[in-house]
Design a protein around this ligand. Structure first.
Ligand SMILES: NC(=O)c1ccc[n+]([C@@H]2O[C@H](COP(=O)([O-])OP(=O)(O)OC[C@H]3O[C@@H](n4cnc5c(N)ncnc54)[C@H](O)[C@@H]3O)[C@@H](O)[C@H]2O)c1
Length: 313
């Protein structure tokens, strides 16, 4: 049997590069579709994609051409910053709503057998953890709203056209190749690698659900080939960790003293969050096995070896 082809939109970004490598190792043929706004062609090449196509998800005809002969689609390309979405909600909508709709239309027309969309916990807004699929979404940022709209279109395309879609709500993803991200682990690793203090907003007692990118990518591949349609599921570690604990764990993995600097709490920062991942475990066979210690070992080792002198972020 010939290998199935997977198209990954946003395949040159942090998650996409890690996913591309896993898909290749699992024997899929892989095509990356990216406009390289935050991702890099060099990283996509390092991931070993069979093909790299430069294109923009805002242009349906470009997507249609890239998707026409593939079996499966993972849609990662997005505007992924909450502050950016607050500053420019129209841009956020064009990428995350219209771009997702374009990816769905192209996939429906090509008759793909599986479509996975990267969503987030952001659609839920502030709520008492753990969050799960029964939590009523009340987004408080345009990013949360646009991801929720993307989930809704995925559900609609399963219902109206029989497209097997799964929207996966990622928690806080960390790992190698996250150098251009502003997320907690990436920011702390970049600071520690360049002898800067790790900046903590507030006292660091806020909690998050940190999931190692390799575990997340395995969950995406399981969702892609599950045959599920119209499903929404949380992919995280299922555990709650404070920012202060992550800072300590990162500091001990760098030589010398890595200082922390406490600054004012951010407006709208939620005190606690983590996900209940039982649905993904049960329905997709999702099984994150990487401990925070092992995940941080791998991430810090990558940051210490990477030459980030020319990197953005
Ligand atoms: N990293 C996380 O912690 C996290 C958490 C929740 C959800 N997500 C979601 O996961 C997905 C991947 O996130 P990431 O962390 O890899 O982000 P990233 O910014 O590293 O990757 C996004 C990729 O999309 C590409 N892209 C952006 N606009 C495009 C366009 N118009 N056309 C084609 N390509 C375009 C970028 O160049 C980049 O390669 C996003 O949808 C994001 O919202 C990420």
């Amino acid at each position: 049997m010939s290998a199935r082809t997977v198209l990954v939109t946003g395949g040159a970004g942090f998650v996409g590069v890690n996913l591309g490598r896993l898909l290749r190792d699992e024997g899929f043929r892989t095509r990356c579709f990216d406009n390289f706004t935050t991702g890099s062609r060099a990283d996509a090449e390092a991931a070993g994609y069979d093909e790299i196509v430069e294109g923009d998800i805002r242009h349906l005809e470009q997507l249609a051409e890239a998707v026409s002969d593939v079996d499966l689609v993972v849609h990662l390309a997005a505007q992924s910053g909450v502050p950016t979405s607050v500053a420019d909600p129209v841009h956020d909508c064009e990428l995350n709503v219209r771009g997702t709709l374009n990816a769905l239309i192209a996939s429906r027309d090509a008759g793909v057998q599986g479509f996975v969309m990267a969503s987030s916990s952001a659609p839920l807004g502030p709520t008492t953890p753990p969050v799960d699929e029964r939590t009523v979404p009340r987004p408080i940022s345009p990013y949360g709203a646009s991801k929720l709209a993307g989930e809704a279109y995925c559900s609609a395309f399963a219902g109206s056209y029989g497209l097997p879609t799964v929207a996966l709500r990622f928690t806080n993803v960390y790992g190698p190749y996250s150098y251009h991200k502003g997320s907690v682990v990436a920011a702390f690793c970049k600071a520690a690698a360049s002898d800067e203090p790790m900046v903590i907003h507030g006292d660091g007692s806020q909690t998050r659900d940190f999931v190692f990118v390799e575990d997340l990518c395995r969950g995406m591949v399981q969702a892609l080939t599950s045959g599920a349609a119209g499903m929404v599921a949380h992919l995280g570690s299922g555990t709650e960790t404070s920012i202060a604990e992550v800072a300590n764990e990162i500091a001990v993995r760098f030589p010398g003293d890595v200082p922390t600097q406490h600054v004012e709490e951010r407006v709208g920062d939620i005190p606690r969050t983590y996900a209940d991942i039982s649905l993904a475990r049960r329905e997709l066979g999702y099984n994150p096995t990487t401990s925070l210690q092992d995940g941080l070992d791998a991430t810090v080792a990558w940051f210490r070896e990477a030459d980030l002198s020319g990197a953005a972020g």
